[in-house]
Design a protein around this ligand. Structure first.
Ligand SMILES: [Zn+2]
Length: 430
């Protein structure tokens, strides 16, 4: 047996912890309130692949038509086909194609397979399909979900598979949202102290059942959350509550203060703090001049809360080398390769190799599908497994990693690091 095929088999049979998803609750897929659920092949192109189609030139009106329920599948395929051809080389499209292979047993999406794929997509969507896809098809240990349908925390119908994050952006930027006050059991907020009680209430209610906190405010601002004391922002906060418009500077000061308050709370409940770091979903909107400061900005967070375990997501792509330096240097920094495998698969192979030569093996999490639709998690997990197997094989062949360490490293990076960091067995009994 060759080394490469032995390692590939080991990686194939090892369950993969999935530390970041947006998977929709199954009931929303089965009985959508708004009737917008896609139940044909277009669902495979509806998230991430949608960006590559449009960046390859698909006009927005054509894209919207292809994603509309009820439009005949033949017409949708005619619209999508030229742009699939133009972008089929990318990680996003490879993920779609590997999903088609592993989940539906077809080699590729072509004129001759599209009708069968369309039927198979529809047939799969029935009660119980979420667990089947995650456990039996993708061999995933558990998923960690940041719900996009719920404001702060999702009471899932699958608590044994879909562990949930507490989403902190609404707590930090929507302090006037009475729904959030009420969720925490606070009827009125007049002062910053009252609002602290809202955050306390949210953590008391959801903290014991949450797996982590998650924040994606890097989509709208730098991660330069300064340490701002309560007394410095108390009066601005009260002005804002009474309806006054805040300057950008005052708004940032309140966000900064509230984010650090949430970090302290996460620590109190033993929750790691996940931060979106780097590349933006979507297209035609990413300001790289904000993201290029991430490496330095997160150092300040790490030093401000040395006992907090931070998870920096998406390898901070395209500034992933800086994240290696950060995770090597700070005991409380962890890198998460979630989403990154489909953004740029070969950069991820290089990243994983370099990370393992620089930082302790315990500091990296290697997978998160980051999809809303469970189906495409299958293709993404396959890309991650191929990449992990390639990186480990190359390190052994290049004589950086002793062969006798392979089994330990693979189990650590694929599943044990995540289970340990998020206390999965102890807290959730799975
Ligand atoms: Zn995400």
């Amino acid at each position: 047996m060759s080394l490469r095929s032995d390692i590939a088999r080991l990686v194939e049979s090892t369950p993969l912890a999935d530390t970041h998803e947006h998977i929709m609750e199954e009931k929303l897929r089965l009985e959508p309130a708004d009737g917008s659920r896609l139940d044909d092949f277009a669902v495979l192109f509806s998230h991430y692949a949608d960006s590559d189609l449009q960046v390859a030139g698909m006009p927005p009106a054509e894209f919207r038509r292809a994603m509309t329920r009820g439009v005949p599948w033949e017409e949708k395929w005619k619209l999508i086909k030229p742009y699939y051809q133009a972008s089929r080389n990318t990680g996003y499209m490879l993920s779609v194609r590997l999903t088609v292979q592993k989940l539906y047993g077809e080699d590729d999406i072509t004129d001759s397979t599209i009708e069968r794929i369309n039927e198979k997509v529809r047939d799969l969507i029935k009660p119980g399909f979420t667990g089947h896809v995650i456990k039996e098809v993708a061999n995933i240990d558990h998923c960690q979900v940041n719900s996009l349908e719920r404001k702060v925390f999702c009471e899932t119908e699958h608590p044994d598979i879909l562990l949930q994050d507490i989403g902190t952006p609404p707590l930090i930027s929507n302090w006037r949202d009475e729904d959030i006050w009420h969720m925490a059991g606070v009827s009125e907020v007049k002062t910053l102290q009252d609002y602290h009680r809202v955050i306390d209430g949210i953590f008391a209610k959801f903290g014991p059942r949450a797996v982590a906190t998650k924040n994606q405010m890097n989509y709208s601002r730098r991660l330069d959350f300064a340490v701002v004391k309560a007394e410095e922002v108390a009066s601005i906060f009260e002005r804002s509550l009474s309806g006054a418009e805040l300057t950008a500077e005052d708004n940032k000061a309140i966000q900064d203060h509230l984010f650090h308050y949430c970090i302290d709370k996460a620590n109190e409940y033993g929750l790691p703090v996940k931060l979106h770091c780097g590349y933006y979903a979507g297209h035609n909107r990413m300001p790289l001049h904000i993201l290029r400061y991430n490496g330095g900005d997160i150092c300040n967070l790490l030093m401000a809360h040395p006992k907090t375990r931070y998870v920096f997501m998406h390898i901070n792509y395209p500034y992933e080398n800086e994240l290696i330096a950060v995770c090597k240097h700070y005991a409380n920094a962890y890198a998460d390769m979630c989403w990154a495998w489909i953004i740029n698969p070969t950069a991820c192979v290089r990243f994983l190799k370099e990370f393992l030569m620089a930082a302790p093996v315990t500091k990296i999490l290697t997978f998160g599908g980051d999809y809303r639709m469970v189906e495409t998690v299958v293709g993404h997990a396959e890309i991650a497994r191929r990449g992990i197997a390639q990186a480990i094989s190359e390190l052994v062949e290049e004589r950086w990693l002793p062969e006798k360490d392979v089994e330990y490293v693979v189990r650590r990076i694929m599943v044990e690091n995540a289970r340990e960091l998020f206390r999965v067995g102890e807290k959730f009994g799975i």
